[in-house]
Write a protein that binds this ligand. Structure first.
Ligand SMILES: [Zn+2]
Length: 246
């Protein structure tokens, strides 16, 4: 894995921690830039503390490649299963961010109500681990659970996980970090708006129009801002070139 991609993944971890999307738990991965059948993810460590030497490589089934004694996240299966099911996905965030939790445990659907949050899509599915796996500790600790979650996600950018959190999948690291941050914002705004009265959410057409006109500059502008807040260097070079064949 090249130094640039490694540094970008460290920065993504620090940004998500700084913005309150992950705390001691939660993680972010990228598909390996040179090998599409691998992904890169930190060892089991709080994202705020992660350094380059913590980043490990995994096969899509969660097997560590050259672990050198580093302990992987128990929930790494989330990432491999999504990369396996979705060739278009190059980065994945798994979060327990608090604002989204109420929408995973009630009948109130999480829906976009602000233009910056349109990237969550108009339908956010809820994956319930209990449906297929019964009473568990709710953690995604096997490839089978990861694949079940990936199936619930389908081709969408976001899925909630009942009593647990969410996954955000996308075409670039900047995009998934952006979407994870604005997902939490939307959840908090929706809860506030609901106390005032009936909410007029974004329509399907508005969501389509927003996404059709959103350029990579939007992600870049936000990334630079979040780098500054996280005390991380901002690198303008895009990490994601064409997906390589493995
Ligand atoms: Zn989790």
């Amino acid at each position: 894995m090249d130094a640039h991609a490694l540094a970008e993944l460290v920065t993504a971890n620090r940004i998500l921690a700084r913005e309150g999307i992950v705390d001691a738990f939660g993680h972010v991965s990228i598909r390996h830039p040179g090998q599409a059948d691998r992904y890169c993810l930190s060892r089991a460590r709080a994202p705020e503390c992660i350094e380059g030497a913590d980043i490990m490589e995994f096969a899509l089934d969660g097997t560590p490649i050259g672990p050198r004694g580093r302990k992987p996240y128990a929930e790494r299966y989330i990432h491999g299963a999504i990369y396996e099911a979705r060739p278009d996905v190059r980065a994945v965030v798994h979060t327990h961010s608090p604002g989204i939790i109420p929408f995973g445990v009630t009948a109130v659907p999480l829906r976009p109500l602000m233009h910056m949050c349109a990237s969550m899509g108009t339908e956010v599915p809820i994956w319930d681990s209990r449906t297929a796996f019964g009473d568990t500790n709710l953690l995604v600790t096997s490839a089978a659970m990861g694949r079940d979650l990936a199936a619930a996600l389908g081709q969408r950018p976001v899925a909630l996980m009942r009593g647990h959190g969410a996954v955000v999948a996308g075409a670039s690291l900047r995009e998934v970090v952006f979407n994870a941050i604005y997902l939490e914002l939307n959840a908090n705004l929706q809860q506030r708006a609901a106390t005032l009265g009936e909410i007029r959410f974004l329509s399907d057409g508005e969501v389509r129009a927003i996404l059709a006109t959103r350029s990579s500059f939007t992600f870049e502008r936000a990334w630079e801002y979040w780098c500054q807040r996280a005390g991380q260097p901002y690198d303008e070079r895009p990490m994601e070139g064409p997906l390589s064949k493995c």
